[in-house]
Design a protein around this ligand. Structure first.
Ligand code: GLY
Length: 349
């Protein structure tokens, strides 16, 4: 087991290893606390009972409850938060108590948002079960839900008090979901750690080390810029067009990692990046997609304030830069990328 310390105020630890669920009591503080586990209908049958059985025997725990929400990206909305509040109210959770998120990015973001807002802030521990949530969303404190057609537009920055990553959860993860998470790992490699490509391309992937190395990139960036005033924007490499592609297809055609894979290749088509993405069966182009239809969606993204788009590019793998583009420059760029995409995918069917 290895631990990464995230030096924020307050600091917290990310524990990474195999079989950590069995020892969860070593990593979280439940003394005199009411604990509510939040999970979803995909994860509950696989892992909820195991987690609850480890928690209930911990000395000093005051009460233990759980709530299972319906799984799915489309349910990342305020009604689900109200369900968490209702469960918290029923269990009389107060300021000193704890929510535990057991699940992927949707459960992690919603549980942390409920923790940020219930009684003006209670404890939150992340126990991510997907590769994507292990390497990205469980760390860094971005929380929230979607509102109308805007992704994550209601939310808060709210750091967890601990993150417990049991890599054995990956044993039950479908291969498309593994690839989905690998897109974020490859993003971290592309922006800051060219050596991580070696682990990504290995014949037998060592997931413990892949996760650790990927998280070190993320933790360092978040420590320097927790509220995305500058450098943290680098973590959005591939996301400008990735988010727009996801929204264009109403979140049905591409998973998040697949969309950002296309988004990364559109703006920085390097051979190393393509090789890594293709090895993990990630799409590197969007056949038939007319990118100019995405321009409005790109500007609707909350990250693109005051008509200025902050586009992340990777001029060479391991180094990323932020470019600020006005709307006219974006339209010109999109027209060029659109022509390249159509040429690369053999024209629009
Ligand atoms: N997923 C990008 C970030 O946490 O900033």
């Amino acid at each position: 087991m290895e631990t990464i310390r995230v030096a924020l105020e307050p600091a917290y630890s990310i524990h990474v290893g195999r079989g950590l669920l069995a020892d969860i009591g070593k990593f979280i503080n439940v003394e005199s606390r009411r604990v509510l586990v939040v999970t979803d209908s995909n994860v509950a049958p696989l892992h909820l009972r195991a987690l609850l059985s480890r928690l209930i025997v911990l000395p000093g725990i005051r009460s233990l409850g759980s709530i299972t929400l319906k799984a799915g990206e489309s349910r990342k909305r305020l009604p689900a938060i109200q369900k968490i509040y209702t469960a918290a109210d029923r269990q009389t959770l107060g300021r000193g108590d704890l929510l535990i998120a057991l699940g992927g990015g949707v459960i992690g973001d919603m549980t942390a948002f409920a923790a940020a807002t219930w009684c003006r802030g209670i404890g939150c521990v992340q126990v991510p079960t997907t590769l994507l949530s292990m390497v990205d969303s469980s760390v860094g404190g971005k929380t929230g839900v979607d509102f109308k057609d805007r992704k994550n537009s209601v939310g808060a920055f709210y750091q967890p008090e601990a993150v417990v990553i049991d890599v054995d959860f990956l044993n039950t993860l479908p291969s498309r979901q593994l690839s989905n998470g690998m897109a974020e790992v490859i993003k971290h490699a592309a922006i800051k750690d060219v050596g991580l490509f070696g682990l990504v391309m290995a014949e037998e992937p060592d997931f413990v080390n892949i996760i650790l190395r990927s998280l070190r990139v993320k933790a360092e960036v978040v420590e320097r810029d927790p509220k995305e005033k500058g450098e943290r924007a680098l973590l959005n490499f591939g996301h400008t067009f990735g988010h727009a592609i996801e929204a264009h297809y109403h979140y049905r055609k591409y998973l998040h990692g697949e969309a950002i894979s296309i988004g990364m290749m559109l703006v920085s088509p390097s051979p190393e990046l393509r090789q890594a993405l293709e090895l993990w069966n990630l799409p590197t182009q969007a056949p038939g997609l007319k990118l100019d239809t995405l321009t409005d969606l790109v500007f609707k993204d909350k990250k693109n304030s005051r008509g200025v788009l902050r586009l992340i590019r990777v001029p060479e793998v391991g180094r990323a830069v932020i470019e600020e583009l006005d709307e006219a420059a974006v339209r010109g760029l999109v027209a060029k990328l659109s022509a390249d995409n159509e040429a690369a995918s053999g024209g629009t069917p």
